[in-house]
Design a protein around this ligand. Structure first.
Ligand code: PMP
Length: 363
């Protein structure tokens, strides 16, 4: 493994070592083509194979039916904040938003530019430290769609169940927990995720969309921003992000080798438990997030009294011992350990043990 650190970055984030090694092996000569995936036409047979493998890999892992298209787009999850209302908003039918943090706020800003909206729930007054309960959700049966974020990367909350929105399509930003556990895709109208946390490198955004919803789009929407065009062209309307798609295909292969998403979920729960136990068993650290809603992907914690000086020292010393990327998001401060699928259990154990030592010295 050489000098690789334990990488707790929130994204772009750690990738599975076997994926990086396979990419390294195939870098100069992809399957006898005499060139890398970066150098070949996106309309060539070998690349067709790469694209098909990424598509099939996601379909197998998530049990995606033929009613849905799997798209590989650019522009990040942030582009989806605008693209979703551009394609799915129907005049006079406000979008319902379950507002749970900074990333739904970004989505709201785009929705408000293009459509009308209302809150199905608004967790801002509680500083996003918990998720709404089913009985707190107030849905409009006549909404164009419902927008939610399945895992709030910055605040460290994660949905353990998904709301039943009836006939109204549910749209989920799954950027920071896609492929971390099984999901019943048939409950959603659209799922999107920037790949750079759990699914691959930055540069490709995965969109899973129920095909009939793509028909809603108006002719005034620019071509590149229409899901319908990308569906008709199998993500090849223009040059797609070829290399990131290739890495996604390797990540899906790696997940299948592990035993799929159920196996991955168990590993993620075990890893998260190690850290939450380390936080909860002492008064030195605390986790501000409501217990039931704590994320298995982004473990947010602080040192008692929100001691920023000590937190800065924690980050500095942790980095020196090979534990990288533990700074909380710039908007909230504190500490955050992002432990996506590819983060090894050894990294989590090393962090828990570092936390104990740090407390001994400074507690
Ligand atoms: N949604 C969530 C939940 C995120 O965590 C992020 C990025 N951290 C985004 C959206 C924005 O993604 P991108 O940078 O790909 O636009």
């Amino acid at each position: 493994m050489g000098n690789r650190v334990f990488n707790f970055s929130a994204g772009p984030a750690v990738l599975p070592l076997p994926v990086l090694e396979k990419a390294q092996q195939e870098m100069l000569d992809f399957q006898g083509c005499g060139m890398s995936v970066m150098e070949m036409s996106h309309r060539s047979k070998p690349f067709e194979g790469v694209l098909a493998k990424a598509d099939q890999g996601l379909r197998n892992l998530l049990g995606i039916s033929e009613d849905y298209a799997v798209l590989f787009l650019q522009g990040g999850a942030s582009m989806q904040f605008a693209m979703v209302p551009m394609n799915l908003y129907e005049e006079g039918k406000p979008v319902d938003v379950i507002h749970t943090g900074a990333w739904t706020k970004k989505a709201i800003e785009e929705i408000q530019n293009l459509a009308s909206m209302r809150y199905a729930a608004n967790m801002a007054p509680e500083k996003y430290m918990r998720l709404p309960k089913a009985e707190e959700l107030d849905f409009n049966p006549d909404a164009s769609y419902v927008h939610m974020c399945s895992n709030n990367t910055i605040f460290g909350t994660q949905w353990r169940w998904y709301p039943d929105t009836g006939q109204v399509p549910l749209v989920a930003d799954m950027s920071s927990d896609i492929l971390s556990h099984p999901v019943d895709v048939s409950k959603f109208g659209l799922i999107f995720a920037g790949a750079q946390k759990n699914a691959g490198p930055a540069g490709v955004t995965i969109v899973i969309i129920r095909k009939d919803l793509a028909e809603r789009v108006k002719a005034t929407v620019p071509t590149m921003l229409r899901y319908k065009i990308h569906i008709e062209n199998n993500s090849l309307y223009n040059t797609p992000p070829c290399y990131p798609i290739y890495i996604v295909s390797l990540v899906t292969e790696w997940l299948e080798g592990l035993g799929g998403l159920q196996a991955m979920e168990k590993i993620n729960q075990d890893k998260a438990k190690i850290l939450y136990d380390a936080i909860d068993t002492t008064d030195f650290y605390y986790c501000p997030v409501n217990k039931e809603d704590r994320s298995t992907m982004n473990v947010v914690f602080r040192i008692q009294g929100n001691n920023e000086e000590l937190e800065a020292q924690f980050i500095k010393e942790a980095t020196q011992t090979g534990l990288s990327g533990l700074k909380g998001h710039r908007s909230v401060g504190g500490l955050r350990a992002s432990i996506y699928n590819a983060h090894p259990v050894e990294g989590v154990q090393a962090l828990a043990s570092f936390m104990k030592d740090f407390e001994k010295k400074n507690g």
